[in-house]
Design a protein. Structure first.
Length: 516
């Protein structure tokens, strides 16, 4: 390979000519860079929003199905989500719990601290790279020099005192923009921390809503199971009386006992899950599981929002925190390409020193004690064994990786919204069917109980009616909870409305008190 093919490999025969030509070329590039104030490497441009106009292949209905006791939900395409989207569930206890959590959540506090750290790192980069550094130095030395070193044998040597008081300044000229690219990368890191904070905020609020809905569902399932158990125990008393009178066989009595025991056996598992859900809700709210005052959520405390604002697909990439965080990583990777590119070009530095140097404190004020120096330097990489070009290729590869990861994040975000929209459509259909099934099962059970008391049907028919109603009623509770959960999931998939926030987030108290 010719020597000119790479800046890091030189042949012995063409080294002098290559250095001379490169220095000439560098001088021209340097002059142009100083005059234009440019920065080498790619300038970052935000990725274009997807051109799609819909989230799903099949058109969505403008309104979901309705059911007894449950309103339909209307999709407001192009609508905007409020920043406090959970208020659409019309639950004051839920709203208050989330407000309290935003002021005490450790996860939110950690994200806020990460943002402060990124901002201060950006300030440090700006201060260290854009401005000269100036340091004051004061030193004093007392030493004895041997006679042999002074050439004065027999004198016993000399004692010297040196006192230095100087100001040292240094500055690296950012001719090719390497420092500016570093600052650009640090600014992208601030953006990343900001969007990660918003993602933490969205995850926290969504998790609290989902956990509250799960608690309400479990509480409703537990209440339904208790009601069914009470009915079955009442029926057991009737069967026991009939058995004592000889109207039914012992097999019927044992079967009813088995049914009561089976229903009772399902309750501990529900109670356990309910307790664990309560503990999780307390932790999300920044409280100890043993703390009191946590609201107890029931399904009647939560209402499904009547209207669901759905952002346009073109707006989603500017609203989802995870997409914006991935974009910040892409920006940071672009800046690193510029940093690696700038490393291939010369660096310019200025150093200066001014001060006094004397043999005593009193002599420091004399004019002859003044010392100063000014030095300018240029360093051009000539041979680094291919290190610099390899680092630039690695930075380009990292940018490609970030670009692919950004696209993957966008695709997954659109899939989340599509799943949520189709899920709500299916939830409404399932809720309507389950509500109808629950009503029919309740009527069947009431009729079966009356007929059994009159002797018109046998016990097995009554037992079957009890089981069908138990299953239908619990399915109804679960369907109601699924609809509420998927509604919260839609708000999360659309980004949560943080861009409409008019007031800054409440700051979680810091753990380390410092004097600012």
């Amino acid at each position: 390979m010719p020597a000119e093919a790479t800046p890091d490999v030189l042949s012995a025969s063409g080294a002098i000519e290559l250095i001379r030509s490169r220095l000439t070329r560098i001088a021209v590039i340097t002059l142009n860079a100083v005059l234009a104030g440019c920065a080498v490497g790619p300038d970052f441009h935000r990725p274009a929003a997807p051109t799609t106009t819909t989230y799903t292949q099949r058109p969505l209905a403008s309104e979901t199905a309705s059911s007894p006791g449950e309103r339909s939900q209307r999709l407001a395409i192009g609508g905007d989500i409020p920043d406090q989207w959970w208020v659409l569930f019309h639950s004051r206890p839920l709203d208050q719990l989330i407000r309290d959590a935003l002021e005490s959540s450790p996860s939110l506090g950690a994200a806020q601290a990460a943002l402060r750290e990124a901002r201060e790192n950006l300030n440090a980069e700006r201060g260290g790279l854009l401005y000269p550094s100036v340091d004051a130095q004061l030193s004093g030395a007392r030493q004895r020099v041997s006679a042999a070193s002074t050439g004065q044998a027999g004198t016993g040597g000399a004692k010297l005192t040196v006192i230095n008081a100087t100001l040292n300044a240094s500055y690296n000229l950012d001719v090719f923009g390497g420092a500016r690219r570093r600052i650009e990368g640090a600014a992208a890191q601030v953006d990343l921390a900001h969007y990660e904070l918003e993602a933490t905020y969205l995850t926290l609020t969504t998790s609290i809503v989902a956990t509250a809905i799960r608690e309400a569902s479990l509480r409703a399932q537990l209440q339904a199971t208790r009601e069914i158990l009470a009915a079955e125990e009442h029926q057991l008393a009737v069967v026991r009386r009939q058995y004592e009178l000889g109207a039914v066989s012992r097999l019927v009595l044992l079967s009813q006992r088995t049914q009561v025991a089976s229903t009772r056996a399902t309750m501990p598992a529900i109670e356990k899950t309910l307790t664990q859900t309560r503990h999780q809700l307390a932790v999300l709210a920044g409280r100890m599981p043993s703390d009191s005052g946590l609201p107890e959520f029931t399904l009647d405390m939560l209402q499904s929002p009547r209207e669901l604002p759905v952002s346009l697909p073109s707006s989603l990439v500017r609203q989802r925190p995870d997409i914006l965080a991935s974009e910040a990583l892409l920006h940071q990777a672009s800046a690193q390409v510029g940093v690696a590119t700038a490393a291939l070009y010369p660096t310019f530095s200025l150093t200066a020193q001014y001060g006094r140097s004397a043999a005593s404190w009193g002599a420091l004020s004399k004019s002859e004690s003044m010392v100063w120096s000014l030095l300018g330097g240029i360093t051009q990489p000539i041979f680094h064994g291919g290190q610099l070009t390899a680092q630039r290729r690695a930075a380009v590869a990292a940018y490609d990786q970030a670009a692919h990861q950004y696209r993957q994040t966008v695709l997954q975000a659109f899939a989340n919204v599509a799943d949520a929209l189709r899920g709500l459509e299916s939830d409404a259909d399932a809720l309507a069917a389950v509500a109808e099934s629950d009503a029919a099962a309740k009527q069947t059970l009431d009729l079966a109980q009356k007929q059994y008391k009159l002797g018109a049907i046998g016990y097995l028919a009554l037992l079957d009616a009890q089981r069908q109603y138990q299953l239908a009623h619990i399915n109804l509770v679960q369907a109601q909870a699924n609809r509420l959960s998927d509604t919260a999931g839609l708000f999360q998939a659309l980004g949560g409305g943080w861009w409409n926030r008019t007031r800054p987030l409440a700051k979680v108290p810091t753990t380390l008190k410092t004097a600012d």
